[in-house]
Design a protein around this ligand. Structure first.
Ligand code: NAD
Length: 498
């Protein structure tokens, strides 16, 4: 049986904890590997390796650090298929979807390749008599990333390229459910010429996370995962004096206005609701049609499409949706559907009980469509993170906006309409961080930054893009007086330019 090891200081190691966890192929339900589970000792070893690598790496000119990113881009492009297969083997998503994940990760690498420009400082001559001022951004030191299962390749790469391009060294604690992608990232960086110790990976669960949050050698933590853990990581990390950004869960609504192109809206809902089996923080999980007529027509179209959706393993090129990440998640999602029915939702299409021929032990669920969902139902209030699309009917646009603004999450949202006024009003007033106008999954490109509002994100900074430069560096301002010959005498007033 394959063992998935930590990578510390450029060496693969099983560490000393003696703890292991089973890794599965969700399509077959078979164990494919065992994962080493690190604890405080492994985290400490990784931090020591990252601390040792920091002086040399942070003093490497930014243009040379950027060269590693340029090389990484080439390596990633050359190994795209292999990367996608590694993702799908443990996550279950379709091959095309996994390729999409690689492409979005590449955007961050490409942005990080321009780090010399992103780190350019400001200079002001003669801010006082013979006095100049310059502002620069310097690396923090060792930073850590803690990542979720649903994008095992892309989310670590939302963090690592920008963090290390800024001159930091890094400790990654990936999801313990699909960890092979993290080790592949290490391999890719090694191939791109990254020095040992700049990137380290420690596998594990809560004990490894707690060790990261408490370790005095770590300056900053980037977290992506569910809201309860994001809040925990933010609170404990901040209490330990660290800079923390913690991105959490979501409940993303899509408003369908009566004037929208309903075929286009239904197609968008299929992809955004059921792509990657709904296991995306930007998945649309609530469709909000305006008016009964729009709702009836939309539900009819969706019912046909959900029933016809092609479900299969990632090796099936025709598959539109793969299995669920784990048996536990499948059972949790099934229980959510049962509860929705008990609370009065109409189960228009029921994905429970799907048997995939030849893959009977896999973690399969079909797509589920619920109608008549109300805001008091638990299926509306909680994040399901599965292939379940709820339809909540609103009488008019203001009611739909009020509904979205009242929800505790504020990650993504969309409106489908031909009405420019409504679209413009929506963009301005909706209390959500990422907004789509006739775009169902408005994940910002790598040159912008990603981040939700309300309980979908804790901390001041978005992830990747320009916000990452601010998160992974700190500002230094140098005020200097030349030539030395100027003598103003002792001055007891507060310094000013006179
Ligand atoms: P999760 O919160 O269970 O796990 C995320 C990370 O936290 C993992 O590395 C895990 O090992 C660690 N962790 C889990 N339980 C912990 C505990 N009790 N104490 C300390 N650490 C713990 O999330 P997941 O199930 O892997 O991923 C799905 C969630 O991530 C969803 O809620 C989804 O919305 C969210 N997500 C958010 C974004 C975003 O950008 N906002 C992106 C992707 C996923």
């Amino acid at each position: 049986m394959k063992t998935i090891n930590h990578s510390i200081g450029g060496q693969w190691t099983t560490g000393n904890s003696g703890l292991f966890q089973k890794i599965y192929n969700p399509a077959t339900g078979e164990q494919t590997a065992q994962l080493v589970l690190g604890e405080a000792g492994e985290v400490d070893a990784a931090v020591c390796a990252a601390l040792a690598a920091f002086p040399s790496w942070s003093n490497t000119p930014a243009a040379k650090r950027a060269r590693v990113m340029f090389a990484l881009r080439e390596v990633m492009n050359a190994r795209r298929d292999e990367i996608a297969q590694t993702i799908s083997a443990e996550h279950g998503k379709t091959h095309d979807d996994a390729l999409g994940e690689v492409t979005r990760a590449l955007e961050v690498v490409e942005y990080a390749s321009g780090i010399s420009t992103h780190l350019q400082g400001d200079f002001s001559r003669d801010v006082g008599p013979g006095i100049d001022s310059c502002a620069e951004r310097q690396a923090l030191g060792v930073v850590a990333g803690i990542t979720p299962f649903n994008f095992p390749f892309m989310v670590p790469l939302w963090m690592i390229p920008m963090a290390i391009a800024c001159g930091n060294t890094f400790v990654l604690k990936p999801s313990e459910r699909d960890p092979s992608s993290a080790n592949l990232i290490v391999e890719l960086f090694q191939q791109a010429g990254l020095p040992d110790g700049v990137l380290n990976v420690v596998h594990g669960g809560k004990p490894a996370v707690d060790a990261i949050l408490d370790h005095p050698g770590i300056c900053a933590v980037s977290f992506v995962g569910s809201t309860p853990i994001a809040e925990y990581v933010y609170t404990r990390g901040c209490a330990a004096g660290k800079r923390v950004q913690a991105l959490g869960g979501a409940k993303n609504h899509m408003i369908i206005m009566p004037d929208a192109d309903l075929d286009q809206a239904a197609d968008a809902l299929m992809g955004a609701g059921f792509g990657s089996a709904g296991e995306r923080c930007m998945a649309i999980s609530v469709a909000v049609p305006i008016g009964e007529e729009t709702a009836d027509r939309l539900v009819e179209k969706l019912a046909t499409q959900v029933t016809a959706m092609k479900i299969g393993p990632s090796t099936d090129a025709e598959a539109e949706m793969g299995p669920i990440i784990s048996l536990e998640a499948k059972e949790r999602i099934s229980a959510c559907i049962a509860k929705a029915k008990a609370e009065g939702a109409k189960v228009v299409v029921d994905g429970r009980g799907l048997v995939m021929q030849g893959y009977e032990d896999g973690f399969w669920l079909g797509g589920t469509l619920l109608d008549g969902v109300t805001k008091d139902m638990s299926v509306y209030k909680t994040e399901i993170f599965g292939p379940v699309l709820s339809v909540l009917r609103a009488k008019d646009y203001p009611e739909a906006v009020a509904l979205i603004n009242a929800h505790e999450y504020g990650n993504g949202t969309a409106i489908f309409t031909r009405d420019g006024d409504a679209a413009r009003d929506f963009a301005k007033h909706i209390q959500v961080g990422m907004v789509g106008i006739n775009v169902p999954i408005p994940v910002p490109v790598g040159t912008h930054s990603f981040g939700g509002w309300k309980r979908s994100s804790f901390g001041a900074h978005g992830i990747y893009g320009p916000e990452a430069v601010h998160f992974y560096t700190r500002l230094k301002t140098v005020t200097s007086r030349w030539p030395t010959g100027i003598r103003a005498g002792a001055q007891f007033t507060f310094p000013n330019m006179e």
